[in-house]
Design a protein around this ligand. Structure first.
Ligand code: UDX
Length: 435
């Protein structure tokens, strides 16, 4: 099928490359000419495992092309995915400016029937606005449909999340739209949830908010563990064996970040308010997360007693492993808090050093974990990269000014590190330390 994806970001580029890999003819559009020129040269805008090879294959086999022209995309493709950013406004609401711009541009170039699909995460009722916008700006009275097809891609595993999703959610209003999207997604061989547009939009917001809630819940339980001497990892293991609960997204840490959870939770709170419902539960989920980040910085402060003039080695800056993405990364808040208290920060991250140079100019960026530890008064782990799991702890101990590790992602076994002579502080690890 002939498909276009507007927006070459974390969702759009993966979506386009994956559809091309499935044999479709795909045009990926972006209004950032530099990003498009780089993609045409095989240069990716961000790190995502496997993406570079997937894009190269699609381009080599002439199934994937890049352009800045929406007109070209609209003329060539029957199905048009809107996958542009929906960032958070200062008020917390989703900024739908880019979605509206794309809908208007599509309307102005519509040459015949087209199916316009919301791929971006949007608040419920956006679909009817997209429909209204296209209808308003149509140059000629051509038929069109709007549908919602929210993505459930996780950064770092986005390609497998596309190719092997738990389900594909399709919000449609006409049989023609249902048939087109069913034909497109049937080859994936996974359950297709056919519903109306509003329910599809809400499935996305509700799913992300539930996952964020699960993490905030275990982070709150970690607070109780710290005050009671229980170990939150053991608690999560015991809880997670109940299939109604499940072990995933039940790992306590410094809190959730990334470009999805923070903005989706906030947008869900806002759209609910606008619809007349005060989503108090979600506000608690957000507040627990803010406290978790602040509390972890305070935990480091208490461990050092005096922070001013101290050097803190940080392992991990990306908001999660296997990405270079630092948007809303807990590391940013935690580092800025410690710098505010007069600490000097040295940091290493396997992928996010480029982003860190831009976002954390006052941090000394190091080539590896040992460089970050050299001369530091403590080592703080903020992202659970695999690279950090089997470090040479004897070497670290020699490099550190004192053998103190504050583990924000519970990467290490407290007993193992204590046996090696470290003072270990984790999150909810039953050592009696409190935030
Ligand atoms: C999320 C959703 O998982 C995905 O379905 C949606 O499409 C986009 O948003 P993503 O933001 O890429 O994906 O990352 P995710 O793996 O969900 O992690 C989000 C944050 O939660 C990260 O900061 C991660 O470190 C944190 N996290 C995750 C925890 O703190 N504990 C956990 O147990 C799991």
């Amino acid at each position: 099928m002939d498909i276009s994806v507007v927006g070459a970001g974390h969702v759009g580029l993966v979506t386009g490359a994956c559809f091309a890999d499935l044999g479709h003819q795909v045009v990926v559009v972006d209004n950032d000419a530099k990003r498009i020129a780089n993609l045409q040269r095989g240069v990716m805008p961000y790190y995502e495992p496997g993406l570079e090879e997937l894009v190269a294959r699609g381009v080599r086999e002439s199934r994937l092309s890049f352009t800045t022209s929406i007109r070209e995309a609209v003329v060539k493709s029957t199905i048009l995915f809107i996958a542009v950013g929906t960032p958070q406004k200062a008020t917390g609401e989703a900024d739908l400016t880019y979605v509206e711009n794309v809908a208007r541009s599509i309307a102005q170039h519509l040459p015949g029937y087209r199916l316009v699909v919301e791929k971006s995460t949007v608040p419920v009722q956006t679909g009817q606005w997209v429909h209204h916008t296209i209808k308003t700006y149509l140059k000629r009275k051509h038929p069109f449909d709007v549908a919602s097809n929210p993505e459930f891609l996780r950064e770092g595993t986005a390609i497998q999340d596309f190719m092997k999703p738990d389900r594909v959610v399709l919000g449609v209003e006409t049989k023609r739209a249902a048939d087109l999207l069913t034909k497109l997604y049937k080859p994936l061989g996974v359950p297709l949830v056919l519903t109306d547009i509003r329910s599809a939009e809400l499935i996305k917001h509700a799913s992300n908010s539930f996952l964020a809630m699960k993490i905030s819940f275990i982070n709150a339980v970690a607070q109780v563990c710290e005050r009671s001497g229980a170990d939150v990892q053991q608690v999560a293991d015991g809880m997670g064996l109940d299939p109604r609960i499940g072990r995933s997204f039940l790992s306590a840490g410094v809190g959730w970040g990334g470009f999805c959870f923070p903005k989706d939770v906030e947008a869900f709170i806002k759209i609910s308010e606008q619809l007349g419902y005060d989503f108090e539960l979600l506000k608690a989920v957000r507040n627990i997360n803010e406290q978790q980040k602040r509390g972890f910085a305070a935990k480091i402060q208490r461990a050092l007693w005096v922070v001013k003039g101290k050097t803190i080695g940080v392992l991990g800056l990306a908001f999660k492993p296997n990405t270079d993405d630092m948007r809303y990364a807990p590391a940013i808040d935690i580092i800025e808090y410690l710098q505010g208290e007069g600490a000097r920060i040295k940091a290493f991250d396997p992928q996010a050093m480029g982003e860190a140079k831009r976002l954390l100019p006052r941090v000394t960026l190091c080539q590896d974990p040992y460089e970050a530890a050299r001369g530091a008064d403590c080592l703080a782990v903020l992202t659970d990269w695999n690279e950090f799991k089997e470090l040479d702890f004897r070497r670290l101990k020699k490099l550190l000014r004192q053998p103190l590790i504050v583990d924000g992602r519970n990467v290490y076994d407290p007993k193992r590190l204590e046996a090696l002579g470290f003072r270990y502080i984790g999150v909810g690890r039953g050592r009696g330390e409190t935030h």
